[in-house]
Design a protein around this ligand. Sequence first.
Ligand code: NAP
Ligand code: GDD
Length: 348
Amino acid sequence: MTKTALISGITGQDGSFLAEVLLEKGYDVYGIIRRSSSFNTDRIDHLYQDPHEKGTRLRLLYGDLNDSSSLNTILRQVQPDEIYNLGAQSHVRVSFDIPEYTGEVTGLGAVRFLEAIRETGIKPRFYQASSSELFGNAFETPQTEATPFHPRSPYGCAKAYAYYITVNYRESYGLFASNGILFNHESERRGETFVSRKITRAATRIKLGLQDKLYMGNLDARRDWGYARDYVEAMWLIMNADEPDDYVVATGETHSVREFLEKTFGYLDLDWEKYVEIDPRYFRPAEVDLLLGDASKVRRQLGWEPKVTFDGLVKLMTDYDLQLAKQEAEARELKHTSTTNKARWGSM
Ligand code: NAP
Ligand code: GDD
């Protein structure tokens, strides 16, 4: 029988890859989108078909993690077999500027979903997008499912609430509710204010003369960076395990932001030190210095393996952004030519 999945955060990096993977696996997929003043479905436009067309398997519904009634209505309407709660205010630095809002969406959003499940009596499986930010100022390295949490930001604190409420509903009401504690994962679809994409966008624009400088924050921070497409496979495995449980998903390698700069600029034959300047605006009130995950449990129990290496990740993101930069350069050239032509015609 065809399974139905409901995804919050479908317009984000992970939501778009997950929708792709679930459609490939034969699911009917529903995504929750927020009303926005301009279109923000770029990452899923290639998957979307005319909703009036017969056989459409991806449908988008308006809702919001801050609006429980919309979640209840959607649950009744969709009757999903699986819910993936990926929606969040997901930017750590920004969470210091909007801590209360981050708590609402990233923290309480999870309990709104869980309560909707309980109230409607529908029995979907529930996946919570938990984060390595839970470990924060980590008590041990590498971090496992048993490492105590020490979040270092309003985002991390909100994710801690969402993690524990997911465990609590599993224990209290017997829900199939699991946490994937995912370490950083990036891609060509990564938001442009996260450090990996900020670097690959800037380095490729610098290469083509579209930008002179790149302003950065703490270059010493270390992260365990993987490829997002690999990580959404782990989400599906966690959701389809025999029992609900919590799993760390990581590559088991850590690299500094400085190394990310060196690799990206080096791949483009540029010396990063000539272009990068430090701007204290990008420092955080409290930093997470080192994240390194031990994903033995998900590897052993569910057979998950990351496929893309750190070098492979840098390469694929840089290649993609180089194409974008080329398009931008061509568009500028066209605009320049048309302005020059207009000026010529004007003088005739
Ligand atoms: P992302 O690109 O920032 O996407 C976030 C998604 O959440 C977007 O679709 C956004 O919609 C949606 N959203 C925001 N506020 C919402 C609200 N009030 N109601 C409903 N939806 C809302 O994040 P991502 O990188 O794909 O990450 C997916 C999830 O995994 C997030 O929960 C994140 O915190 C968590 N996570 C990410 C990583 C990582 O390294 N990427 C690691 C661990 C955990 P709009 O497009 O309308 O803004
Ligand atoms: N964004 C950003 N911009 N980060 C910078 C910069 C900069 O200019 N310069 C240095 N950094 C450092 C940050 O201080 C941080 O230590 C590191 O680069 C990574 O920053 P982000 O890419 O913004 O990601 P994050 O680790 O804070 O959070 C991401 O990963 C979490 C999982 O550990 C997000 O995707 C979270 O949603 C996710 O939970």
